[in-house]
Design a protein around this ligand. Sequence first.
Ligand code: TRP
Length: 454
Amino acid sequence: MSTQFSTSSEQWSSSWAFMMAAAGAAVGLGNIWKFPYITGMNGGGAFVLMYLICVLILGVPLLMAEIAIGRLARKNPAGSIAYLAHQEKRSRAWGLIGFWIISAGFLILTYYSVIAGWALAYEVLAVREGFLHASAHHIDELFTSLLAHPAQLILWHSLIMIATTLVVARGVQKGIEKTVMILFPAMVILLVLIAAYSLQTPFFIHGLTFLFHPHFEKLSAHNLLVALGHAFFTLSIATGSIMMYGAYLPKHISVAKTSLFIAAADTFVALIAGLAIYPLVFAHGLQPAAGPGLIFKTLPLAFSAMEHGNLLAILFFAMLVFAAFTSTISLLEPTVAWLIETCAWSRWQAALVSGSVAWALGLLTVFSFNIAKTTTILGLTFFAAIDYLTSNIMLPLGGLLIALFAAWIIKTSVMRTGLNIRQKYGFYLWLWTSRIIVPIAILFVMINVLGLGA
Ligand code: TRP
């Protein structure tokens, strides 16, 4: 069988390296850009509570399933799932699930890199001119003008894609591991510094109340769906990245503890980002429900009026770039591993080709904000269509299939080895959550999201 299923020879140098890489994949624009603004738009405390419940009940079992599958088979996601199906004497067509999730990650990368590019553009702006004493009009103008100029967007997007490709081309230990071991801790330190600043502002308590005081009357079915969907996106579930990283994991590590660590680190960063951002928003009489522009428009306005505003802006956007970059590298890796293992390409060749294709597809997102603003598919711009397709269809369906495959198709004894859970009850807790609760919850979300068209 070995000729049919080529196995990855790469491995993390330590379990710490894996944790940094996986937490780096999970923590990204979703935590710092998306979480604060969707919390703002969905009413605060009660929404946060729902999101936390989803992370724990849906997110952790799926993270565990993905890591265990990767580690049992030690291949790219498509190869891993096909291999395990083959072991169970099932059709290798199950491998299509892996192909599906690799494609989802690859498609996300195409637009994620463009938005990471905005963060890079803002970092350069913060360093070169700063936002101090800038007028609201000027700040608004900066964002509008960035989006209106394809050449600028292409420049930033290209820089992110080139850096991503180079890191992935250097391999797991020399490229990915080295990068995340520096960038992830640096990102956490920057975030804590900004939160410490917010802590001293008189509005800290407003931020705290907004995030943690639930107003259940503000909770609707739609909020619940947004919370569920975001729990998926933020943990990088069903994009192949976590499964891929699990394939490079040494045997002895506890999957349950690792998954809890990833979920906890991801949640911690999102909450700290909220605590860092909201006091600044409230202190300047701004609105938490400002939407996707919260970080790029509202926050610079807060920086413009703050004592150490320039320094904070530099720290903040640096942190955002680091967080996004540890995600872009993990979005590219599954495709690269798939090309290496399936087409027998060299790592450099695979990285260069897939990086270039992702770059080219990213142009669709770039143009969605300017020259192709009015070109739509089913009423959505290219960017909105890719986002909708991946977040609302590909990720939930991928998660559903992973849960079904891991909990119903793979023999329980094999899964128990893969998960490395000693206690019987712990294993059954995972098994029945994944067999029943996860699929039902996901179906509920999908039917509602698609049915409501939200
Ligand atoms: N979790 C990332 C974030 O919150 C986004 C993301 C989704 C992702 N799937 C991924 C990142 C796969 C890396 C790999 O920003």
